[in-house]
Design a protein around this ligand. Sequence first.
Ligand code: ATP
Length: 313
Amino acid sequence: MIEARELTKRYGDRTAVDRLSFTVRPGLVTGFLGPNGAGKSTTMRMVLGLDAPSSGTVTVAGQRYDRLGAPLRVVGSLLDAKSVHGGRTVRRHLLGLARSNAIPRRRVDEVLELVGLADVADQRAKGLSLGMGQRLGIAAALLGDPEVLILDEPVNGLDTEGIRWIRDLLKSQAAQGRTVFLSSHLMSEMELTADHLIVIGRGRLLADTDMRDFIRTNSQGGTRVRTPDDEAQRMRALLESRGARVALDATGGWRVTGLGPSEVGELAREHRLAVHELTPVLSSLEEVYTQMTRSSVEFRGAETPYETEEAFR
Ligand SMILES: Nc1ncnc2c1ncn2[C@@H]1O[C@H](COP(=O)(O)OP(=O)(O)OP(=O)(O)O)[C@@H](O)[C@H]1O
């Protein structure tokens, strides 16, 4: 569990984090979203005791970070995978961390296996590829078998296989009852990985909500329509004449906004057009989030409305 209460950080006259209160709960992957400069890294740094709050508090597992005796055994983090002494081998880097937190040596070999680095354990860190470097950062985060994991942009620069690996790993860590707090600008990935979302803008809380509820409630609603190829353009013209917005879907059908499946179906019947698919579709997280950043409309979570006006840069 991570609990922030009225957490605030000012740098001179700039307020990077502004009276932020939220709880990151165990058993879930919680995504932390916000545009560049919104205050995500600053918040994570305060959780990890790397920056002191100007006011307010934040605790991990009920304690301030600086009061944790062996912090790696409570909270594991990946903020910058490059912050490793390049001349050390992979194993020695992890052994050093283990020793400083009274973690048994055998745990080093366990995490090397877990992250798939056992074969390169004796290589120097500076020779690792970007993906391997991320894996080493994650190995360090997992070393103390912590109940809380905090990862800032862990999939940055990774290939598809690496991204999928991190997704599966984080989901399994949450399924074991751990608290997983993760930031990323990759909305499609966040949609697949996170169960819950905390969204901030200009250091302020904009949404603290279940992911599915957030998408369902703020979705523009739409319909995927597929017709035989020779009728596709007629269908498009017809839908547009009824005020719908029509765009080509990634699957080759029409993505229709503004008319529901039953209206589209009735219209097709009236005009004797064949329909091969008629599926209600929700907006993607990226669409909802982009809409949120673009407008000042009110967005809703399961229970709470959020004002977004002026909240984004
Ligand atoms: N050490 C610092 N000194 C002065 N200002 C800082 C410092 N660290 C962060 N800031 C400012 O605080 C604000 C929040 O920055 P932060 O890096 O936390 O945002 P972020 O949401 O993590 O952004 P990004 O998505 O780009 O990583 C920014 O305006 C940034 O310029």
